[in-house]
Design a protein around this ligand. Structure first.
Ligand code: HEM
Length: 468
């Protein structure tokens, strides 16, 4: 009986149960059998309002209501991640993204120092240099170019320099062993996350790609450990490049000495930053280029702004970024329509009163970022691309928790400023050099899917024509 019906202690959630049929034993999880997680959530939340979905007897309260999200994301009882995060632990290895709240608090404070504005400012020339390589590579795109892959190489290239000080020329080289290990490790862990039959450790060990995953993690650990030793050596000899920028790894290394942090901790955090930073930013560049390709008049406004602020040939610097206001509005509107992290999850460690309901201790919460951004209550005509929604007077009229591409509250994205600076630098560089074109007539023509990070299920329709 327990397996067939929602647990008695969660009775209070029953009136909010999602509309698709509740299937004994599975609850609503059966929707995952034939759909990717993005589609499954779309089906379950088709009424576009908060609801409870059931994984067998285990409830998940899913909401796209800004006021509820404000309460939840700032509540001390909602700082832990979904219990299923443990299936990603083999790649995260106790780093900030999945760690339990009491340890997370201390670590977040330390790591925040690496995202100080002065440090981020010093990365802009890397973002710009790497964008120039991207612009060069864009000369060779054809109708078969995989844009997700192309932009991912750009973000990985920028990441490796800004975070580890290593220049691997990721955009120019076809195969780089360490990048392959990083990406394969990520893919295997995510695959397990969404395949219930692999949630059992023994089944995963004998029938899944467990040993390949262990190898990928070991190889990336060994590589980052070698880089760390080289940085340490440079530091001991007084050869740290102090003049232009300090990679995040060097900062963590300094903290390591000051605050007695373990070296393996530094390695795990840097690897997690890699996972959190690269696909997210790459897919945002891909979506933003496509949206500009669909809207030539908006693209020209971005171009004019870039020429007015930076000029035709000057490098883009950290001083220019605050003045690229319209470019920022465009990036924001792109993140609204296509929030590349379409949902995040939390787990309640105590009750949370969200007004019409008290969420009990011990349930999962789904923060429906995609459905929040497409909620007509906050964004009328939600599938229309309209950067003017981000004019300061329009933003002031809206609920502050109606736009959450980087989530909200104390456990939001630690890298959001880094991401925005990289996105603005790269978009300005691309628009200054190319006219983009896309044949989509509306965003609804773009079939979406997600295996954590949002993308289209087909390659993007996009062409680049040099401006000069
Ligand atoms: C477009 C780019 C990005 C998007 C949309 C994005 C979005 C997010 C979201 C939605 C979360 C989850 C927060 C939650 O659970 O409530 C997150 C967490 C995180 N992000 Fe990002 N992110 C981006 C880029 C980056 C970059 C560039 C970095 C690092 C350089 C980064 C590092 C992290 C880390 C470490 C966390 C975990 C934070 C914690 O638990 O305290 N992200 N991000």
């Amino acid at each position: 009986f327990y397996l067939l019906k929602p647990d008695k202690k969660f009775e209070c959630l029953k009136p909010y149960t999602a509309t698709p049929a509740y299937v004994p034993l599975l609850g609503h999880s059966y929707t995952l059998i034939t759909n990717n997680i993005f589609k499954a959530i779309e089906i379950i939340t088709s009424k576009n309002k908060p609801c409870v979905m059931w994984e067998g007897p285990k409830p998940l309260y899913a909401t796209n209501d800004a006021e509820e999200l404000k309460i939840i994301l700032n509540h001390p009882n909602a700082l832990n991640k979904l219990t299923k995060f443990r299936f990603l632990e083999e790649v995260f290895q106790g780093s900030i993204i999945g760690i339990e709240a009491s340890i997370w608090r201390k670590n977040r404070k330390k790591l925040s120092k690496a995202f100080h504005q002065n440090i981020l400012d010093s990365f802009v020339y890397i973002f710009y240099e790497r964008s120039l390589i991207l612009v060069d590579i864009l000369k060779n795109v054809t109708s078969t170019t995989d844009f997700y892959d192309l932009f991912q190489k750009f973000t990985m290239d920028s990441f490796l320099v800004a975070n580890t000080g290593v220049d691997k020329q990721v955009q120019r080289e076809n195969y780089i062993e360490i990048v392959d290990y990083l990406l394969r490790g990520q893919a295997i862990a995510i695959d397990r996350f969404f395949k219930p039959h692999f949630w059992n450790d023994t089944v995963f060990k004998y029938f899944g790609r467990s040993s390949e995953l262990t190898k990928c993690v070991k190889e990336t650990t060994d590589y980052l450990s070698e880089v760390l030793n080289q940085r340490q050596h440079l530091k001991d000899n007084g050869d740290f490049n102090e003049t232009r920028m300090k990679p995040i790894m060097d900062l963590l290394l300094e903290m390591n000495e000051l605050e007695d942090i373990d070296k393996s901790y530094v390695i795990n955090e840097v690897r997690t930053f890699f996972y959190a930073a690269t696909d997210t930013s790459a897919h945002t560049v891909a979506f933003t280029c496509t949206l500009l390709g669909m809207h030539p008049e908006i693209q020209e406004k971005v171009y004019e702004e870039v020429i007015n602020v930076v000029g035709k040939d000057s490098p883009i610097t950290s001083k220019d970024l605050p003045n690229l206001k319209y470019t920022e509005m465009v990036v924001n509107e792109s993140l609204r329509l296509f929030p590349v992290v379409p949902f995040v999850g939390r787990f309640t460690t105590g009750e949370i009163d969200i007004g019409r309901l008290v969420l009990p201790k011990g349930i999962e919460i789904g923060v429906l970022i995609f459905q929040l951004h497409r909620n007509e209550k906050y964004f009328p005509d939600p599938s229309k691309f309209d950067p003017d929604r981000f004019l300061p007077e329009e933003v002031a009229k809206r609920h502050p928790y109606s736009f959450l591409p980087f989530s909200g509250g104390p456990r939001n994205c630690i890298g959001w400023k880094y991401a925005m600076m990289m996105l603005k630098t790269s978009m300005a560089t691309i628009v200054r050099n190319y006219k983009m074109h896309s044949n989509y007539k509306s965003t609804e023509e773009m079939e979406l899917e997600s295996h954590i990070i949002l993308r289209t299920s087909h390659n993007l329709d996009l062409t680049f024509t040099p401006r000069y």
